[in-house]
Design a protein around this ligand. Structure first.
Ligand code: SF4
Length: 390
């Protein structure tokens, strides 16, 4: 395998991005020595691949994976990086009856599953208490309708109730720094409460997908490595990494944009720490050039799933001889579709990768789109997948 810096130079859409040469060689070295169940495979999630996918995904539609909030846009915590803005575009279902009705409407409209969430109380708990029997009813009536639930902090009793009501995936943010919990989340809970939540959820039969928000401490990395250690102690089904997008930060508590190379170093450390766990890069990350750099590091570090990849990523992965798959959906990582498919290791669709790459390259003005020298790897296994929100 040639030097990765030279490989990058051949990927036309990456022209002009600023990668740390030392980090790139470090990644090349680390990757060469890695072995593990999830090393070498990468699945790209993006609705723009729709045109290249098989007819299997013709049902992919706008409302395939709605996000539903049981508190509408209300959240008592008002964390500095979010201020409840993440909830605003979601469908509100403020009572169990609303939830039942909404889910029925969504299923009639073609939904295959949902992300169920809500704003937190002052203890970073989402109060699902009244909803469990309705969720059970939904799963009993529509067993194929997938439910990924944002759990927030739980005790063992609540973890069991979540398990009993039949949800398909449990998601939570793992925070490894007490300062971040206190200052960014305004929360009187401990790092240990987050670890206990993970421990309780993992002790059930639920598929558990913790998230780490990189740069959560006002754009700086602080508790991320401890979060990795916590996750290592309670192996979940997959881990989603996202990069903070502090658009809603208050003026008196501004966030900086994390350095791409710092994010890349963390990807490398995460990959090394969790070689046997699928590592996914979720949609949230800073836009523009930073996104291209972050995505390039994600591919090189060996992450297994990348939502909304920047142009050039499929080509980069192919040139690095990864086992490349694509899923023509944008919400799958967020709602755990990848995780639901993991047990078969066959998520993603067969697409004409050569055409995807040609499409990415053709978007560059003045480029002819020749693909000479690229070893094209196509994945087999067409499989119906979750939809998209494009
Ligand atoms: S608890 Fe969640 S929804 Fe509420 S402000 Fe914090 S991150 Fe946003």
């Amino acid at each position: 395998m040639s030097n990765w810096l030279e490989v990058i130079e051949r990927v036309e859409p990456l022209e002009g991005i600023d990668l740390d040469a030392g980090l790139v060689s470090g990644m090349q070295k680390q990757f060469a020595g890695m072995a593990g169940d999830h090393i070498g495979r990468v699945n790209f999630y993006t609705p723009t691949f729709k045109a290249y996918a098989s007819s299997e995904i013709s049902g992919c539609g706008k409302s395939a994976w709605p996000a539903i909030s049981i508190t509408g846009g209300d959240c008592k915590l008002q964390c500095d990086h979010c201020k409840a803005k993440i909830l605003e575009p979601m469908i509100a279902a403020r009572t169990p009856e609303d939830l039942w009705r909404t889910v029925n409407e969504q299923i009639n409209g073609g939904a295959q599953g949902m992300l169920l969430t809500g704003g937190s109380n002052h203890r970073n708990e989402v109060e699902y208490g009244d909803y469990y029997s309705t969720i059970r009813r939904i799963k009993d009536t529509f067993p194929n309708f997938k439910i990924a639930m944002h759990t927030a902090l739980v005790d063992m009793d609540i973890a069991r109730r979540m398990e009993d009501c039949g949800i398909d995936a449990a998601m939570m943010d793992v925070i490894g720094s007490q300062d971040t919990i206190t200052q960014v989340y305004h929360l009187r809970r401990t790092v240990d409460d987050f670890e206990k939540t993970l421990e309780y959820l993992v002790s059930t039969t639920l598929k558990v997908v913790p998230h780490i928000v990189i740069g959560l401490h006002y754009g700086n990395l602080l508790g991320e490595w401890n979060a990795l250690e916590m996750i290592r102690r309670h192996t979940p089904q997959a881990v989603v990494l996202v990069v903070v997008m502090p658009f809603y930060a208050p003026e008196n508590r501004p966030f900086v944009t994390p350095q791409s190379s710092e994010v890349g170093r963390f990807f490398m450390d995460a990959r090394k720490a969790l070689p046997d766990v699928p590592l996914l890069l979720g949609c949230a990350r800073p836009p523009g050039r930073a996104k291209m750099e972050i995505d390039s590091y994600a591919v090189m570090a060996g992450l297994n799933g990348i939502a909304h990849p920047s142009d050039g990523m499929v080509e980069l992965a192919v040139r690095l001889e990864r086992n490349v798959r694509v899923t023509p959906a944008c919400c799958s990582i967020a709602i755990g579709d990848e995780v639901m498919a993991i047990e078969t290791s066959e998520s993603g669709l067969q697409v004409d990768i050569e055409r995807v790459i040609a499409h990415e390259r053709a978007k560059r003005p003045g480029f002819g789109g020749a693909l000479a020298g690229i070893k094209v790897v196509t994945s087999g296994m067409p499989e119906a997948v979750g939809g998209c929100c494009s």
